[in-house]
Design a binder for this molecule. Structure first.
Ligand code: EPZ
Length: 464
């Protein structure tokens, strides 16, 4: 491992602690005594991957917005900081989880202030459209986010240029301006990128004229962002075949919205229930946005009950069964679900395959599982049936998991958000004691996960 990587890791650990500290998690290490089924009820709040974009959308309104069910996670803290350096007043609403976002005094921010807040998030790129509309300029620092692939922003820059933005690469980021304003455009994405689709939505709603976007992402979080923008006064049509049409309007007002629940967090706790032979009721989870996950959960041998106020996920007993999973864009099996579910697949009787087609480097978390006794091989080929963008390109993007294997305790370091939750599940389902460090990263996307582990009867200690 080279010096730069070590530095990166040191920085990553530093920022992991910052992530944790920003939401009250002072510990960076957790010692888990595994083998105890997780049993009980937890609640999930608004989706990290919607709430952060909804906060950015508030910039487009001429009056304050109210966002409900906002989770206390560090990614929300980062976006809040970025909005505040741009003059947006962010205050807590009447109820816990309500945020009031007042964009009336939006102003330019110094790049150093933006840089300081950007930290390890990808969200700053989505500030472009709203800031270009409000201020005629925008500055985007170098982006962060989980190291699960190269994660370029070429689609984002391409669509912004097509709207008429002038994009200047600078040593510490990207500066943008719109000398002639922003005009509607005919656009097509080479791949249904969630971020690039959000970029188009947040820019086109106030652009002059009509925008047609082909090859759009249609994830539930995209649909909920469209709900919000329509509440603000936007005109957006979603056709079949991933075509979205937006008629630009001159003015938008603030919204009042309850965020869509976090289906990634719900799927993660479901995977934890299955791997620990447990029984977890996830309050706030809904069937409609999890249909594909529920199918696979059932095929592996898990059981679930759909209720009005949530979904109960449990291990009904019996052997778990192997499956073939190919991650894909919605309505396919979501890439953020594979890492947590892999632990249950190590206990399945037979050979499972996970073909990761959305990110080219999302198996970094596997090394630690092999150290704990799992039998997992990583391959460069497209295993699973359908060739993907990463085939024949030297990326380790398929995993072959042979079970059943018994995991045993080990000392492991969290590599990224979903990989981190997967490591928690591994330690909880393993025989013996594990130490999981760098856990601060997990608080980027999982509200109060320590409190929820306590509620579910996990046996652990926190270390500072
Ligand atoms: C969002 O990331 C989510 N993050 C991700 O969740 C999620 O995995 C992903 O969508 C896919 O559903 C947030 O919403 C903050 P993409 P995003 O643009 O928007 C390539 C989590 O754990 N691409 O759909 O960054 C890209 O490299 C996170 O919660 C380009 O090539 O994802 C990737 O291979 C992880 N050029 C693919 O498209 C571009 O300009 C999908 O990326 C943009 C993307």
């Amino acid at each position: 491992m080279n010096a730069a990587r070590l530095n990166d890791d040191a920085n990553e650990r530093g920022s992991a602690q910052n992530h944790g500290a920003s939401v009250g998690l002072t510990a960076d290490k957790i010692t888990i005594r595994g083998g105890i089924p997780l049993i009980g009820r937890i609640e999930v709040k608004g989706a990290k991957n919607l709430v952060t974009k909804a906060m950015v959308a508030a910039l487009l309104g001429e009056t304050p917005s109210v966002l409900k069910d906002v989770p206390n996670i560090s990614d929300v803290r980062i976006v809040r900081g970025l909005l505040e350096v741009h003059g947006v007043k962010v205050t807590e609403g009447a109820k816990p989880g309500d945020l009031i976002l007042d964009p009336v005094d939006v102003e330019s921010a110094h790049f150093a202030a933006i840089d300081a807040h950007a930290g390890s998030s990808r969200i700053p790129i989505l500030f472009c459209g709203p800031l270009l509309h409000r201020l005629g300029e925008a500055f985007i620092p170098d982006l962060g986010g989980c190291r699960i692939g190269d994660r370029p922003i070429d689609f984002h820059l391409e669509v912004l240029r097509k709207f008429g933005a002038v994009v200047e690469k600078q040593p510490n980021g990207i500066r943008m301006s719109a000398p002639n304003g922003l005009k509607g455009a005919k656009l097509e994405l080479p791949y249904p990128s969630v971020g690039a689709t959000e970029q188009v939505l947040l820019t086109a709603v106030r652009a002059d004229g009509i925008t047609e976007l082909k090859g759009a992402a249609i994830e539930p979080e995209i649909m909920d962002l469209i709900n919000i923008l329509q509440k603000m006064g936007a005109i957006i049509t979603v056709d079949t075949d991933r075509v979205i049409r937006i008629e630009g309007v001159e003015r938008l007002l603030g919204y009042n919205h309850r965020a869509l629940f976090d289906r990634n967090e719900a799927a993660s706790w479901a995977a934890a229930a299955l791997a620990t032979d447990g029984d977890i009721f996830v309050g706030g989870a809904r069937q409609a946005e999890m249909i594909t996950f529920l199918n696979v959960f059932r095929k592996v041998g898990g059981a679930f009950d759909i209720c009005d106020d949530g979904i109960r996920f449990y291990h009904p007993g019996g052997d778990l069964k192997p499956v073939i999973i190919e991650t894909d864009v919605h309505p396919g099996f979501m890439t953020d679900w594979q890492q947590p579910l892999v632990i249950a697949l190590t206990k399945a009787h037979g050979t499972s395959i996970v073909h990761e087609t959305v990110y080219e480097q999302r198996f970094g978390f596997v090394d630690a599982l092999v150290e704990m006794g799992a039998t997992i091989q990583i391959h460069k080929e497209c295993l699973g049936g359908h060739p993907c963008r990463f085939g024949q390109r030297n990326f380790n993007h398929s995993a072959v998991i042979t079970g059943p294997t018994k995991l045993h305790g080990a000392d492991i370091v969290v590599p990224d958000l979903r990989g981190g939750f997967s490591h928690l599940i591994a330690a909880l389902s393993a025989e013996g004691t594990s130490t999981v460090s760098n856990v601060g990263i997990i608080s980027r996307g999982y509200e109060n996960f320590i409190g929820k582990l306590r509620l579910l009867g996990a046996d652990f200690d926190l270390e500072g």
